[in-house]
Ligand binder design. Structure first.
Ligand code: NAI
Ligand code: MG
Length: 495
């Protein structure tokens, strides 16, 4: 076998880390956020039965944005009853083409209110406005457009079969892509003729509540979509409610396991989209600069709060020194700060508990012998922030290699052969996504087909499209969302 001697890397560039950008903040003046929000049940905003509320804050400033209802089991009862009634009396009986029109209308109104939605997403969750404006919101609308088209074509998805809806879907979503996850859940459920009760995450309820306004403005029959806010206890009450037919959950693997246990022995269907620890693999024949951009996007997109983040980087040994140098240089140019500023690359960490979790895992990475490098960027004094961080010299068994950090922290390992990297990449309890960078099509094909992961990107990373199914293997969950596959978990099929 030809031996590949490590290439000598060019001397490090002197990078100017003091680039100054004039602030370019998106104006939030026109955005209306109410002081207090109730629950969207049966087409109306209603006060919670027990009258309890909690605050959602702006993680970049630690200021309160609004107080939202804390739904109890009594509220869950009301929401499920409204959804059941709407399913049996209206939605399941409606001509599929008519259902499609409603879904299409939601998509159109989302587009009309795109700027407002993007600003609220960045305020409530901390993500950079460039991402909420260019990715979250347009992609959320695209999901409604896409599934509007499926509403009257379900028999084409399953030719020769009789396809009917399941009934009421209980849907629980996380805080990393609040509006987008709401769209992933609601759009296919409605297209297939189900009604829904959706619970957004407690730190990011505002865009889901705006979506409730949009759904009301789209004149959806009352009860077809119900949106209730609350934390884990509300989620538990929804999952365990006897009146629902299906649970769709995206969130942590720990909660996914609790839900799976709770549903064992019931006839409720479920899909779980859980954690990940993706391998992003760079071969020596890859276009290196392009790959460096892919590594940056893979781990620092949305502060690394991404279930499919490329959080384990594998670099072929011969190019490791070059890739790491270029990566460090590129990291120096990343701007961490005000999510509403259009210059910002990395916004605020979503919550203090999440920041604490990232810090604890980074500490463990150092304690277990990893070598840490962080960019030297300035970070604001108030709010929750974490600098772009990479680790080298990490063992396969290290916690930061095995556990989902869900932050801007990358663990780097090297490899020599294709077989070795496949083995290392698959040595994880997760299996959600992966990335392969190589100029050789045959190598890309071989590696991607051997990775035990639901999605594998080739020479790109973190690309999403409503036509493409998404979901995991092993502890990353079960079931697929997106594409035609995303319809199957919401229908009953008879021969
Ligand atoms: P989580 O899984 O607790 O929260 C996700 C959603 O589930 C929220 O809406 C929450 O209110 C709800 N929930 C919590 N406990 C529940 C229960 N027992 N029954 C039903 N619903 C419940 O995630 P958390 O605590 O916010 O984040 C912890 C870690 O989970 C993160 O650090 C990250 O590693 C991982 N995570 C992964 C996500 C992914 O998409 N893969 C998304 C969010 C978190
Ligand atoms: Mg918030």
């Amino acid at each position: 076998m030809k031996k590949t001697a490590p290439k000598k890397s060019a001397p490090a560039l002197k990078f100017d880390t003091n680039w100054k950008y004039d602030p370019a903040p998106e104006s939030a003046d026109h955005v209306v956020i109410d002081k207090q929000y109730g629950l969207f049940i049966n087409g109306k905003m209603q006060a919670p039965v027990k009258g309890k509320y909690f605050n959602t804050i702006n993680p970049a400033r630690e200021t309160v944005l609004a107080s939202v209802a804390d739904a109890t089991s009594e509220d869950v009862d009301k929401a499920v009853a409204a959804a059941r009634n709407a399913h049996s009396k209206v939605w399941s009986k409606m001509k599929p083409a008519e259902r499609g029109k409603y879904i299409y209308r939601i998509a159109r109104i989302m587009q009309e209110r795109a700027r407002e939605l993007a600003i609220i997403e960045s305020l409530d969750g901390g993500k950079p406005i460039r991402e909420s404006r260019d990715i979250d919101v347009p992609l959320a609308a695209a999901h409604f457009f896409y599934y509007a088209g499926w509403a009257d074509k379900l028999n084409y998805a399953l030719p020769g079969k009789q396809v009917t809806s399941l009934g009421v879907a209980g849907q629980i979503i996380p805080w990393n892509f609040p509006l987008l996850m709401a769209a992933w859940k609601i759009a296919p459920a409605l297209a297939a003729g189900n009604t829904v009760v959706l619970k957004p995450a407690e730190t990011t309820p505002l865009t889901a509540l705006k979506l409730a306004e949009i759904i009301r403005d789209a004149d959806l029959p009352p009860g077809v979509v119900n949106i209730i806010t609350g934390a884990g206890a509300t989620g538990t009450a929804l999952v365990n409610h006897p009146g629902i037919d299906k649970v769709a959950f995206t969130g942590s693997t720990d909660v996914g396991k609790i839900i799976q246990k709770a549903l064992a022995g019931t006839d409720k269907k479920y899909t779980l989209e859980l954690g990940g620890k993706a391998a992003n693999i760079i071969f020596e024949d890859a276009a290196i600069d392009q790959a460096v951009e892919g590594i940056i996007n893979g781990i620092f997109f949305n502060q690394g709060h991404v279930c499919c983040a490329g959080s384990r980087l594998f670099i072929q040994e011969s190019v490791a020194a070059t890739v790491i140098r270029k990566l460090k240089d590129r990291m120096e140019t990343l701007i961490v700060g005000d999510p509403l500023d259009k210059n910002t690359d990395i916004g605020a960490i979503n919550s203090r508990p999440q920041l604490d979790k990232i810090k604890a895992l980074v500490k463990a990475g150092i304690a277990q012998g990893g070598s840490m490098h962080q960019s030297s960027c300035a970070i604001p004094s108030k709010g929750f922030w974490f600098r772009p961080t990479i680790f080298t010299g990490v063992a396969q068994s290290s916690r930061i290699v095995q556990e989902e950090i869900f932050g801007p922290v990358l663990a780097i390992q090297t490899f020599r052969t294709v077989e070795e990297v496949i083995e290392k990449a698959n040595n994880t309890p997760f299996g959600l996504s992966g990335g392969v960078w190589s100029d050789k099509g045959s190598k890309v094909f071989k590696v991607s087909s051997k990775l035990r992961a639901g999605v594998v990107w080739a020479n790109t990373y973190n690309k999403f499209d409503p036509t493409s199914p998404f979901g995991g293997y092993k502890e990353s969950g079960m079931g697929r969302e997106g594409g035609m596959h995303g319809i199957y978990p919401y229908v009953q099929v008879k021969d």
